[in-house]
Design a binder for this molecule. Structure first.
Ligand SMILES: *Cc1c(COP(=O)(O)O)cnc(C)c1O
Length: 398
């Protein structure tokens, strides 16, 4: 099938919500590279929105997929399955948490977190304690509850009425949070770095301050680490940068290197309200996906890939700052590890297009932020090439 026909059929047969999709058809990937249906090669500095952290077709991931496919794909959660148990154990051994629930996506992990927090607050603290406080510019998913948690009007538009019980305050503003928390607050939900919202990094004292406010008021602290988790920011979990621990953490994107998975992690005492029958998922944590996640997480742990994320992140950010020094279109460069944003003084969409045409896939975050989330296995020479393309795509200096 030729590319032109595929693009015509795509426009004809899909719901139009992905209408701004890039006009290429990707057919193959290997490491940091992907190829389109016309044989053009791209450096992939989006990694499927911070998902394919080990790169495309990593041998350990591919091996786990092949083995699981030939052993057991799915049995439902009516039965136990060893890979799910091993993955739960590994996540618990390497995090603050005591208990884990598996879902199929980030939104579903957050949905589970919100349901759990509300049930815990109402049953263990006070029956009228059901509200959530989230932050402006946040992104927590597209289901009704998670879109209500999301602090961006554009995702709400047309879907009202949204589920009640969500308030939003400015990010990195402890005073605003202090004013918003009261004896109706079940939980505060925040990202350590707002990914979709523009790569806004939590200030040093922000998460510590939130931890304190939650402890004082009895509200739970939910950290949405769906984009920041699993070594992306230079630590296994982004909260480690801040010297605090959440009550609930959600994961998804990079956890199985591209096979759909979500996870909600929490402490024993909180998990205890989720008694038999209160929550569930048909597909959540299948033997297939959990074997792939096990291979992914083991590879990341064995290679201490957060160290690599930290080192390569510094290299890439230094490179972007060098571009900034001679090109005032770049206003600010920010991020942690390999979750990096460059805020521009102009719309980012033409820059994303120009990069792609020059053989580099990058992401945007909002109207004006260029977002880079390359695989953690990226090398300096890949970064050099990406920086050269970005420099050209940004247009003439000065
Ligand atoms: C991507 C993302 C989600 C939603 O995940 P889906 O798998 O698309 O449902 C939620 N929160 C954050 C921070 C994300 O980056």
């Amino acid at each position: 099938m030729d590319t032109k026909t595929l693009l015509e059929w795509s426009a004809k047969y899909h719901t139009p919500n992905y209408g701004s999709r890039a006009p290429i058809v990707l057919v193959r990937g290997d490491g940091v590279r992907v190829w389109d249906s016309d044989g053009r090669e791209y450096l992939d500095f989006g990694a499927g929105i911070a998902v394919t952290s080990l790169g495309h077709c990593h041998p350990r991931v591919t091996g786990a997929i092949q083995e699981a496919a030939a052993t057991l794909l799915h049995v439902s959660n009516l039965y136990h399955a060893a890979p799910q148990i091993h993955l739960a154990k590994l996540l618990i051994e390497h995090s603050f948490a005591d208990r884990v629930f598996f879902s199929n996506s980030g939104a579903e992990a957050n949905e589970a977190a919100l349901k759990l927090a509300r049930k815990y607050a109402r049953e263990r603290i006070a029956s009228d304690r059901f509200e959530f406080i989230a932050t402006r510019n946040s992104f927590h998913g597209r289901t009704f509850a998670t879109v209500a948690a999301t602090g961006q009007e554009k995702y709400h538009h047309g879907f009202e009425p949204l589920p009640p019980g969500f308030k939003h305050v400015a990010y990195n503003d402890l005073r605003a949070m202090e004013r918003a928390i009261d004896n109706r607050t079940a939980a505060v939900i925040v990202e350590c770095i707002q990914g979709e919202g523009g790569v806004h990094v939590a200030d040093e004292d922000y998460l510590r301050g939130l931890r304190k406010l939650c402890d004082q008021s009895g509200a739970l602290l939910i950290l949405d680490e769906i984009q920041t988790g699993v070594a992306r920011t230079g630590r296994l979990w982004c909260y480690e940068h801040y010297g605090i621990e959440p009550d609930i953490m959600t994961l998804a994107k990079a956890l199985a290197n591209g096979v759909p998975i979500g996870a909600m992690l929490t402490r024993e005492e909180i998990a205890s309200v989720l008694v038999a029958g209160t929550h569930g998922s048909t597909f959540g944590g299948t033997p297939f996906v959990t074997s792939v996640a096990l291979a992914t997480l083991t590879t990341i742990l064995d290679g201490k890939l957060w160290e690599r994320a930290s080192r390569m992140g510094r290299y890439l950010m230094d490179g972007l700052r060098a571009i900034q020094a001679s090109n005032p279109t770049v206003r600010v460069v920010r991020g942690k590890g390999l979750l990096i944003g460059a805020e521009l003084s102009a719309p980012v969409a033409p820059v994303v297009d120009a990069c792609r045409e020059a053989g580099l896939l990058v992401l945007s975050a909002g109207e004006r932020v260029l977002r880079l989330t390359p695989p953690l296995i990226v090398e300096e020479r890949d970064c050099d090439r990406a920086l050269a393309i970005i420099g050209t795509a940004l247009g003439p200096a000065g």
